[in-house]
Design a protein around this ligand. Sequence first.
Ligand SMILES: Nc1ncnc2c1ncn2[C@@H]1O[C@H](COP(=O)(O)OP(=O)(O)OP(=O)(O)O)[C@@H](O)[C@H]1O
Ligand SMILES: [Mg+2]
Length: 239
Amino acid sequence: MSKQSIRVDNLVKRFTKGEEVVSIVENASFKIDKGELVALIAPSGAGKTTLLMMIGCVEKPTSGVIYLGDEKVYDDKWLTKQTRKIRREKIGFIFQAHYLIPFLTVLENIILVPQTNGVSPEESERFAMELLEYFDIADKAHSMPSELSGGQNQRVAIARALANRPQIILADEPTAALDSQRSVSVVQMLKKIALEQDVAIVMVTHDEAMLPLCDRILKIEDKKIISSKIEGNTQETLV
Ligand SMILES: Nc1ncnc2c1ncn2[C@@H]1O[C@H](COP(=O)(O)OP(=O)(O)OP(=O)(O)O)[C@@H](O)[C@H]1O
Ligand SMILES: [Mg+2]
């Protein structure tokens, strides 16, 4: 098994708006290893969410190649009819707003996806409780999301993203709704998860204070992807 978790070769995304073709990403190529926490930064509208959604098999690229692990999932077309299965089994999504289902308890929110994937109620509940303990909110298992603070709900959302034991976590501004102290603790938690569970995490952020907590930065600049290491701050243009 290689260390590769995500690999993108010559990825292109263009939207057609009437007669006009809007180019978002041109020939992006990069690789993310298991265990890496990578920050994705760029100005608003530059294509961060679009890029995450392509990697997450939600948004169809215009052209290019995407590998998830060692499996090629896109090569100018989806190579599987099972994109929904890939999303459910391989990928955990975390969004800016936590999007917990308001009429389910914390525990019920977390076990929803594993149960859809065929994990037994006992096992999904056991693992959900283990995650809640890990995030120090086990006492909230039977509370409703409305009874939790923003930071607590965001930790539930991270637990939910982990509940299907994903190989990849795609987090779109997971700390945007949190104060700086809570943001640091959420990102530190993501780093710990990346390391301990060998998961690759791509995190969109507008908060520069989060960058030193990450292993690497991917920046979208002039529709190209630039990678820079945090230490030493060396930049290499990948396209
Ligand atoms: N379905 C779509 N059809 C047409 N254009 C779209 C579509 N989705 C996104 N876009 C355009 O693509 C560009 C990139 O959008 P995207 O949401 O990826 O940006 P972003 O970097 O995530 O921005 P933000 O920081 O504001 O979240 C925007 O100009 C947006 O208007
Ligand atoms: Mg966005």
